[in-house]
Design a protein around this ligand. Structure first.
Ligand code: GTB
Length: 213
């Protein structure tokens, strides 16, 4: 049975691949798993049919027969466990790939999301400029630390893993800010990752949704 991924019918990012279905599409492409997509409007995401899949009324969800998952991190780890290609073989290497997935979600993504939410919701406020300095600084701290870790490495550990996929998906949210340009190591890391054929196929698939509307 072909798994079904849910995604925005009309993504606010206009096909830039920033919504969280993109990381699942990318993982599916890396693993060579065929999938169908069910597109949902904002209203449909809050209807009982979708709330039965996702209690918070969001995308993405991933349905595979009777199994229904939400949370992009859980979906990626499930896929990486089920199919060969995103988790290394050894126990330690496998655990470190999982660790990086959590680091991307719990340590790097929060300040990035907070910064974009502030721009979205608070940029008209008189105190926004002051707050932005602090938010930018928190993001830069993480970028700088990550850049030091990467150093001359190609990927976060010895081989490309689910941890890299999640980290890159998270960092790409900063692309339009120009902040990554200050970190050539990270810029090169993002370029390497987004040149992967699986990323390109996933990006094209989500862009096609925007272009068809
Ligand atoms: N922790 C969950 C996960 O990782 O799966 C978060 C899921 C989530 O935030 N989903 C968002 C959603 O459904 C879409 S991705 N929002 C609708 C709602 O909550 O009602 C977040 C997102 C949206 C838009 C952009 N963009 O336009 O750039 C980027 C990211």
């Amino acid at each position: 049975m072909t798994p079904i991924l849910t995604a925005f019918a009309t993504s606010p990012d206009r096909g830039q691949g920033l919504a969280r279905d993109m990381r699942v599409r990318w993982a599916l492409e890396e693993l060579g798993v065929a999938y169908d997509v069910q597109l949902l409007s904002f209203a449909e995401m809050k209807q009982p049919a979708h709330l039965a899949r996702h209690p918070f009324g969001q995308i993405p969800t991933y349905q595979e027969g009777e199994r229904v998952l939400f949370e992009s991190g859980a979906i990626l780890l499930h896929l990486a466990e089920r199919h060969r290609g995103l988790l290394p073989a050894g126990d330690d290497a496998r655990m470190r790939a999982i660790m990086w997935t959590f680091a991307a979600l719990n340590t790097v993504e929060p300040p990035i999301v907070e910064r974009s939410m502030a721009w979205l919701l608070e940029r008209e406020q008189s105190w926004y400029a002051q707050r932005q300095v602090m938010l930018d600084e928190r993001v830069r701290t993480r970028l700088s630390q990550l850049s030091v870790w990467l150093g001359d490495r190609t990927w976060l550990e010895d081989e490309f893993s689910v941890g890299d996929l999640m980290m890159v998906a998270v960092l790409l949210r900063l692309q339009s800010s120009g902040m990554i340009d200050g970190y050539p190591t990270l810029a090169a890391y993002l370029a390497r990752a987004t040149e992967r054929p699986a990323y390109q196929r996933a990006f094209a698939a989500q862009l096609a949704v925007f272009q068809s509307r």
